[in-house]
Design a protein around this ligand. Structure first.
Ligand SMILES: [Zn+2]
Length: 294
């Protein structure tokens, strides 16, 4: 069943830094009937890619409204949309070595948007006590069955963490500033937040703009720049950045095949593939940002 969605969310100021200096940057490649989480939806308006001149971040105009988004995620079937492969088999060796550096025996880790617990399993195997937060009811059940403690909401005040991770998450946020405030309150002094997201300053984006594969998911609505973390974020200090691929398969020719496959899946096409018009990621197109609570 196709759900009609009036994707009419337009920002009059930058949703990331609140500046009113925002401009239309490009059109986006998807429209009409698309996949959203595990549902098939029909978009009534054409989405656009906009840029903020102050924080150099990008965001979607004519985005799906947050209430529609939450409802689509909450009812989504775990594992039908995002990968549920074992973390070690999925991520680049470089990525794994970065994360390992921040895990120690006995630390308390919260993974926000933990899917079916792929990273939490990895953290647990590296000695951490593991907590998760997720909208999907299906995913919550799976995480609990593996021994991870699931938080009901992010306003819980009696529990503080050494490390909070948000992988493939910030691009889905509607209120990044609320998110950073909430996370800051959930961290112990000097606690760290590790973010993994698409790098809006990468080579592939600079070359193909709105056609870059990463922008062609209607779930992705915020593309936060490194500049924002460095200069505009009051609750955190940027400690380090690392650049890597989305996973160990997304590179060069493999990437093109994966993109074609994902894109066809996204549109629900079986025949008559609409070709991917962007460029393959020949250099890393994801950023790992390590932030320390101020
Ligand atoms: Zn901004």
């Amino acid at each position: 069943m196709t759900i009609k969605i009036d994707n009419n969310l337009c920002h009059i100021v930058c949703p990331i830094c609140a500046s009113d200096s925002i401009i239309n940057s490009d059109k986006l490649f998807y429209e009409g009937t698309v996949r959203y989480s595990s549902a098939e939806i029909q978009l009534l308006n054409k989405p656009e890619l906009w840029k903020c001149n102050d924080c150099h971040s990008f965001f979607t105009q004519n985005a799906i409204r947050e209430e529609d988004s939450i409802s689509l995620y909450t009812n989504s079937e775990a594992g039908k949309r995002w990968d549920t492969k074992k973390f070690e088999d999925e991520k680049t060796p470089y990525c794994l070595s970065v994360y390992k550096n921040y895990l120690r025996e006995g630390i308390e880790v919260l993974d926000i948007g933990c899917n079916t617990g792929e990273f939490l399993d990895f953290a647990k195997n590296n000695g951490a006590s593991t907590y998760g937060f997720e909208y999907s009811i299906d995913s919550i059940k799976i995480c609990e069955s593996k021994g991870h403690v699931m938080l009901q909401n992010l306003d819980e005040r009696n529990k503080k963490f050494d490390l909070i991770t948000a992988f493939d998450l910030v691009e889905h946020l509607y209120n990044p500033s609320t998110f950073f405030e909430q996370v800051s309150k959930l961290l112990k002094p000097n606690g760290k937040l590790i973010i993994f997201t698409g790098d809006i300053e990468c080579w592939a984006f600079k070359k193909c703009k709105g056609k870059w594969w990463y922008l062609n998911y209607p779930e992705h609505v915020m593309f936060i720049s490194k500049y924002f973390y460095e200069n505009k974020l009051s609750t955190f200090k940027l400690e380090n950045t690392f650049y890597t691929f989305n996973n160990r398969y997304f590179k060069g020719l493999n990437f093109t095949m994966a993109a074609l496959y994902n894109y066809s899946k996204m549109l629900g096409l079986r025949k008559g593939l609409k070709p991917y018009e962007g460029l393959p990621s020949l250099s890393p197109d994801h950023i790992i940002a390590v932030l320390v609570k101020k």
